[in-house]
Design a protein around this ligand. Structure first.
Ligand SMILES: [Zn+2]
Length: 130
């Protein structure tokens, strides 16, 4: 955070069937997770509370995939296959948006921190003390 006010960023999948807005600063604070799922998709996490996310279109365009504990809801566009946002295991009451799927016009900078998803419990506990 360096004083840039929070605003609504637009984002979505590749084909346009899924569109959303997310409220965050222009300087994004992101997590890059090394787990089997996130590393395959090169996902960059912008984690927000539920009230800072609104789906504009695409509720019917999404299909979900679950594995492991089944807590996370990995949401993919049925048409283009892009996971532009999902419900993460670390914050099941909020959302994780893929910063790579945001309109770059509203982004001033990105700070990316590693998240050791291969050692999930310890990494999740460390988030609360960071
Ligand atoms: Zn799509």
């Amino acid at each position: 955070m360096n004083g840039v006010p929070a605003g609504w960023h637009r984002g979505g999948c590749h084909c346009g069937d899924v569109k959303f807005e997310v409220r965050a600063a222009a300087d994004l604070d992101l997590l890059e997770c090394n787990c089997s799922m996130c590393s395959r998709g090169a996902y960059l996490h912008l984690i927000v509370p539920a009230e800072d996310f609104r789906l504009i279109v695409g509720a019917d365009a999404l299909t979900d995939y679950r594995f492991g504990t089944g807590t996370a809801r990995h949401l993919f566009c049925r048409r283009c296959g892009v996971k532009s946002f999902y419900v993460p295991r670390s914050h099941p009451d909020g959302y994780s948006v893929n910063a790579r799927c945001l309109d770059p016009a509203g982004i001033a900078s990105m700070r990316v921190r590693p998240f050791d998803g291969r050692n999930w419990e310890a990494a999740r506990a460390a988030l609360d003390t960071a």
